[in-house]
Design a protein around this ligand. Structure first.
Ligand code: 13P
Length: 249
């Protein structure tokens, strides 16, 4: 079992290409590569500029979304071969903002994972419960079902990354407690184990939702939490570099 810690920045709909390249350049110059893997996920129009800014470094590039077909009449969409060509090694799939605001469902997320894997891109599959589901005591059921549905018919893939992001913790400044995050991560790994057997031990499970440099270690010290998916605190070089430093301790 060798799960390399992953610190992923989801820049969401922030940064023009020029701003993104500048941020990536600052991160590059402030960071010395080591045990931690650092992933930058800018918006589509900034992917090429960030790829150029991090070329030759150990920073890695990811996208935030993908269409499930390789090409076709899908106005406004972006396909996996396009992401691959621009240098994406990872792509977020099923983020709660996409599920909630754009109607993405589990079946679509499953097709997105298949498209990414066809083209050698590792998915960062997001799962998480909303406040009502949490209050109803349904967290494990909800995330378990999201996981199972997204992986229907998939052979074990150790490069899968799962991000547990409770919806109520995203952008609120109120992260989950670390023991809750651990309990859900362990539950996800158990589910994976029942689907995939030993490969579950290699899959990285991230926590996301109001992660900042001050609370990152609390999550990373949990046995089943292998990294973080960060929104707000990834948008400035100083705070993202502080996250990388904390993760490297
Ligand atoms: P925040 O870190 O801003 O809470 O966002 C989390 C998130 O949604 C990352 O995908």
């Amino acid at each position: 079992m060798s799960r390399r810690v992953l610190v992923a920045g989801n820049w969401k709909m922030h940064k023009t290409a020029a701003e993104a390249a500048a941020l990536a350049g600052e991160i590059r110059s402030g960071w010395s590569a080591g045990a931690v893997e650092a992933l930058l996920c800018p918006p589509f129009p900034a992917l090429a500029a960030v790829a150029a800014a991090i070329a030759g470094s150990e920073l890695v590039l990811g996208a935030q979304n993908v269409h499930w077909e390789d090409a076709g009449a899908y106005t406004g969409e972006v396909a996996a071969p396009m992401l691959r060509e621009v240098g994406c090694r990872y792509c977020i799939a099923g983020h709660s903002e996409r599920r909630r605001l754009f109607g993405e469902d589990d079946a679509q997320v499953a097709r997105k994972l298949a498209a990414l894997w066809r083209h050698g891109i590792s998915p960062v599959l997001c799962v998480g419960e909303d406040l009502e589901q949490r209050r109803g005591g349904r967290t494990r059921q909800v995330v378990g079902e999201q996981l199972t549905a997204a992986l229907a018919g998939v052979v074990p893939r150790e490069d899968l990354v799962v991000a547990y992001e409770p919806v109520w913790a995203i952008g609120t400044g109120e992260p989950a407690g670390e023991t809750d995050a651990q309990a859900v991560a362990a539950h996800l790994r158990e589910r994976l184990q029942s689907l995939w057997g030993a490969a579950a031990g290699e899959v990285r499970i991230l926590y996301g939702g109001s992660v900042v440099p001050d609370n990152l270690r609390r999550f990373l010290s949990q046995p089943d939490v292998d990294g973080v998916l960060v929104g707000g605190a990834s948008l400035r070089a100083d705070s993202f570099l502080a996250l990388l430093r904390e993760a490297s301790l």
